[in-house]
Design a protein around this ligand. Sequence first.
Ligand code: SF4
Length: 706
Amino acid sequence: SSSGPKQEVKTTCPYCGVGCGVIARVSADGAVTVRGDADHPANRGRLCSKGSALADTLVPDGRLLHPEIGDRRVSWDVALDEVARRFSDTIARHGPDSVAFYVSGQLLTEDYYVANKLMKGFIGSANIDTNSRLCMASSVVGHKRGLGADAVPGSYEDFECADLVVLVGSNLAWCHPVLHQRLLAARAGRGTRIVVVDPRRTDCVDAADRHLALKAGTDALLFNGLLAYLDGNGHRDAGFVAAHAAGVEEALAAARADASDIATVARRCGLAEAEVAAFYAQFAATDRVVTVYSQGVNQSSQGSDTVNAILNVHFLTGRIGQPGCGPFSVTGQPNAMGGREVGGLANQLAAHMGFTETEVDRVGRFWNAPRVAAKPGLKAVDLFRAIEAGTVKAVWIMATNPAVSMPDAGRVCRALERCETVVVSDCIRDTDTGRFAHIRLPARGWSEKDGTVTNSDRTVSRQRAFKAEAGEARADWWIVTQVARRMGFAEAFPYESAAAVFREHAALSAFENGGTRAFDIGALGGLDDAGYDALAPFPWPWRAGGEPQKRLFGDGRFFTADGRARMLPVTAKPLPRSVPDGALLLNTGRLRDQWHTMTRTGLSARLSAHAPEPRLDVNPADALVRGLVDGGLARIATVVGEGAGEALARVRVTDAQGEGTIFLPMHWTDRFTGGCVIGRLIDDGAVDPFSGQPDLKRMPATVEPW
Ligand code: SF4
């Protein structure tokens, strides 16, 4: 019987970038219940439907319990020896760039750190990329270009002291629900105005004062128009711009060339002139504005430029660094930010450093590494293409399911099928990607693993274990450490705990930093094990001898060489793919109650009740012309590379969907319903030239009744 609590552990929810604090309680009989942590700064006790159902998704079934080679159960020693032997062999025969890791925003920072160190410092290639490439790579580029560092300027508290919150390409109500709840609570208190910029009428619109249902892919133009309007109507913050910004006139010239007047903007964005004028006037008249953006901006072939178009309006008006002000990127995954910090992207080295000679030298000395990668590696799309082409011959995939989630998932499957060595670390055995594995390594899941994560407002929190691992599952950092030792790098991989990895990560962030790099948690370089266990959530930077920084840029100093914010000239681009007559633009995204490819949330009856099957949202006018009826089945067809993409889904006719567009959720896989795998519908040819992020939201598709 369940008597009193056995233990209560503070940890964080693994289901989105809000990063809510959770208190998990394990009863004497092993039953787990969760509640929101009132002390956590991200949620102050709140949880959304996914967080509340965490106990239902602990997934006793389907776990990968033992290492396997082929379908044969083997010991850890045999499996680790085999991984090390295969990677070492491939490197000896074909060089460091013939191997790769593809990792995940589901990893903890410590896992990410060790994997990155092995690949970039000791194997000597930068071929480690992450599924965060599909999530926020464009924001990283935009931040670095505009702010001089990949640092979100504000904190969630800014949502609560803003007078206007503009949501651009962000369905906050479903994808970051607790943050949306906080915004609604603030609105009830202070009358915060909310503007939604989104081709779809999402649930966010219910509480919004204005919905700009612009044409897909015209957001950069809308913000260019806003920049030109603000300057043309006397809203430039001349003092801020003169002291703290650069590139102003170039950015304005580009904006004016693109969007000289409101009539032009309205026509090109497919909006009424009065709507655009009212939004621009509202922005101009409100001092405290936060512009929140997410995948609608990032997952685009002009995502990086759109981020800079948003940053530009905040720089011109000095709306940054003050309470209730600033551009605000919200990330999809629980630890996309942690991955960015350690260098989990192929175009970063470590601790926010890149590949300049100084940085390569500095990291090399810190790691005492024999062959630090001197140039960026392959980004996700190029990485799987290189596997298909046979130039990358061994890949280790950790905690992600690219056979479903990557664009042109068919190509990813073909690539993995022909790859000489595929290692998959996961907590679930039969994933779509796991089918291709030569070696399967059981990883600990949420509730079993220990480490840190960083959420969308730079708050670093502990994730803590409160259950014994399933079978022989091990922490990802431990698995990589063991392989590194077997590849001959024992001295550089001495870790016996997540705390030891964290200390090194913190020390590297401060190494020869001199206060010039944004990411610096040097204050924690000497943290002992007890301190790590007890570590309370804090925002970075936290420099040695200083305080954690909730809000950046209050002093007008940016992380660029001259300390000035960079305004970037942006020119809005047309759609990346030609749209044949009769085609609709396929948009993809999340549902409220599912997570990624459903390997965990798909097992909760409660969560699945919200949307038991994938629905294709179609505007009534588009449905009528095509003979599609609500509740009927439709066949969706696309052209993917040389081949064809196809899916079947039940139709929902709804005027929430803009004319000319359709929406399909991203979650379903062959495991849950055959015939509707989003990655097979989208080609991988349209990517942002700077960030490598694929355009996942504007794929031309034909739809007919089935
Ligand atoms: Fe978890 Fe995100 Fe929901 Fe918070 S908002 S409970 S982090 S899914």
